[in-house]
Design a protein around this ligand. Structure first.
Ligand code: ZN
Ligand code: ZN
Ligand code: ZN
Length: 386
């Protein structure tokens, strides 16, 4: 198993989470399978009906509780292997919630009415069992502690996001160079999945191929619609490397080899506006700018061109171990960007039932300015597609 995240990172992450928990008089964090768990100790746990939970008390050692049949998998996790956390397992007929409740800090915290913060992705079934066992605690979400920490990427994380972005760039280039006209969206999507992996991702994560009127639907998947010459295709694709995602959107226009089937003036105007808005959003993503300020930069340019009602989503989202995470570039987010934040800038213009366009890059906010991880050309890709 390749591992880009140094083992000592996990100890540092736990320590930082614990110090914030202590400051805020949190008793413990209760973290189930998901990105929080993977970020804290490098364990990509299977989300099972059996309880897996990392218990992080505000002070003292953290303990990973797993069902016995997961012990071998858990031992292979970096944070367990390097002794950053203790590992304890429960037998098939044990009550794992009882085991959690007896861990250092948990029951005492519940007894004095302290906070227990559960990971946002913890299954409700487990949360209800914990609440029934420890009714004295005050419950909250672990994202209150973890999301700001996770939003600041370290060098290894940025390295993985960069590798993923470059693999996505190469995938886009291959799709632009290949045949499109006469194929279904689903067939192109299948090729996208294969290429994402062939170019270096561990796995493909999503593959939007939205042609013709489908391009006006931002989260269109890939249908049986046959792609024609003389219409746009919004291609929004991504995969994962060691859990870290790529997410790129480019808009293509296959002509079928017939120059007369190129984009008309209206579409070129729309796309030119979008290009300026996306470039301006990326350039505005500097330390200290708020998420809503970056959003407003893109939105005002699009609105000035008369497409304000056609930009129907936020400008971007953070990316890391989750495809969508903090920070969000959206009106209402007044938190200033800090160095190490990684997010998409992806304005779009959608004319319902007719056509749409989107451009998306992943950007890292650095002290010396925005670092755009994607390098694939952003202009409308007018290709032959035959
Ligand atoms: Zn989206
Ligand atoms: Zn995307
Ligand atoms: Zn995105």
């Amino acid at each position: 198993m390749s591992r880009s995240i140094a083992p000592e990172r996990y100890a540092q992450r736990l320590e930082r989470a614990q110090s914030i928990a202590a400051e805020r008089e949190v008793g413990a964090l209760l973290v189930g399978p998901g990105a929080d768990l993977r970020w804290l100790i490098g364990y990509e746990a299977m989300p099972l009906e059996r309880l897996t939970m990392l218990v992080v008390p505000a002070t003292g050692r953290a303990t990973l509780v797993v069902p016995r049949l997961e012990v071998a998998a858990a031992r292979a996790a970096s944070g367990v292997e390097h002794g950053v956390v203790d590992l304890t397992s429960w037998e098939e007929t044990d009550d794992p919630v009882d085991l959690v409740a007896r861990l250092e800090g948990v029951a005492t915290a519940a007894g004095r009415g302290a906070k227990l913060l559960v990971s946002d992705r913890l299954a409700a079934a487990f949360l209800l069992l914990v609440q029934a066992r420890l009714p004295g605690a005050v419950y909250g979400l672990a994202s209150a502690v973890l999301s700001d920490l996770r939003a600041v990427k370290d060098e290894e994380e940025i390295g993985l996001l960069r590798r993923a972005a470059q693999a996505a760039d190469r995938t886009v280039a291959a799709i632009c160079a290949g045949r499109l006209v006469g194929r279904t969206e689903a067939d192109v999507a299948r090729e996208v999945r294969e290429r994402l992996v062939a170019e270096g991702h561990d796995e493909a994560a999503f593959w939007i191929v939205a042609s013709g009127p489908n391009s006006a639907s931002p989260h269109h998947g890939a249908s049986d619609r046959v792609i024609g010459a003389g219409e746009p295709i919004v291609l929004d694709i991504g995969g994962r490397i060691e859990g870290y995602g790529s997410d790129i959107t480019r808009t293509l226009w296959p002509t079928g080899g017939d120059a007369a089937r190129g984009p008309d003036v209206e579409y070129r105007t729309l796309f030119g506006t979008l290009e300026r808005a996306q470039a301006a959003a990326s350039a505005a993503a500097v330390v200290g700018a708020t998420g809503e300020e970056v959003d407003a930069v893109a939105r005002s340019l699009i609105a000035e061109a008369g497409f304000g009602n056609a930009f129907i989503h936020r400008t971007g989202h953070g990316i890391g171990l989750e495809g969508h995470e903090e920070p969000y570039l959206v009106s209402g987010n007044q938190q200033p960007l800090v160095a190490g934040n990684c997010f998409s800038t992806e304005p779009g213009i959608y004319l319902e039932g007719r056509c749409g366009a989107r451009i998306e890059d992943i950007v890292v906010c650095h002290s010396d300015g925005p670092d755009i991880l994607n390098a694939a050309p952003r202009s409308l890709a007018v290709v032959s597609g035959v």
